[in-house]
Design a protein around this ligand. Sequence first.
Ligand SMILES: C[S@@+](CC[C@H](N)C(=O)[O-])C[C@H]1O[C@@H](n2cnc3c(N)ncnc32)[C@H](O)[C@@H]1O
Length: 277
Amino acid sequence: MAASDSSPTSPEDRDAHFRQLERQWQEDVGQHLLDIPHEMPGSAAVFERQFQRVIDHLDLGRPGVIAEVGCGKGHFLDQVARTAGDGGPQVVGIDLSHAVHALPAKGLDGLQADGEALPFADGSLRVMVYDGALHHLIDYRAALHDAHRTLAPGGRFVIFEPVSSPFTRLVHRLLDPIIFKQVEYESPIDQEYKHAFLEAPVLEALDELGMTWTLERTDALAYPMTGCYAGSVFARSLPFMRFVMAAEGVCERVPLVRNLLAVLAWRFLVVATKPAK
Ligand SMILES: C[S@@+](CC[C@H](N)C(=O)[O-])C[C@H]1O[C@@H](n2cnc3c(N)ncnc32)[C@H](O)[C@@H]1O
């Protein structure tokens, strides 16, 4: 942030400043990047696996509304609807930017709204999904408290987000100046708050809410090889990425290797359930 008379002085002003920058960036830049990884066969396959990891926790055979915060153009919700088929649960996406207006053409419901001010009534949702969007909410703990209000008893959060670990921070420190300064891919909040987004406060918020949760760390190999979806030579090759994902799948089944992969993981998956009563 450039020092000037208009520079934010308090933490609240700084957060407000970055919320405004984020809204503008998602509108002007972010929404136009959303299709790109899905157009590269290798990264499209890795994305499909990512979505399936989340879908595995949605219980698509049960009624009740599934909502996604930060749905972009609806790539994830589209896979949910195709997996569920006719008679599947109602799905709805919200997003900060106009990207959400791509949903109706895919037969999906979408609303332009802020994940920090949810447009859902108390107890109206069975599942709330954050697939790469919770880390865009500066006060993500408060956002989870508000989202909890919208869950029906027995409802759940499925949260799939970036890991901030010593390993990922080191790689970011080494590679960000080379990759992300060249390719405008990370949003203002991504860049400014990425080290403030941690698993521990997410889990603390879930504990405060009285939710039971499970945590898994994933994506040590194939995802970083796509260039974290920002594009790499590997992202273009479907056979190569299928081979890496198969190798990763085998490694994840070997206990000691799985522990090593957890240290090198780039993503975490939390499934949290609200008590039924
Ligand atoms: C990494 S993308 C996730 C894309 C999506 N999950 C998909 O399936 O393609 C993050 C999305 O979060 C949205 N976002 C960022 N801040 C938000 C906010 N405060 N409220 C709602 N959406 C937000 C962005 O506009 C962007 O579309």
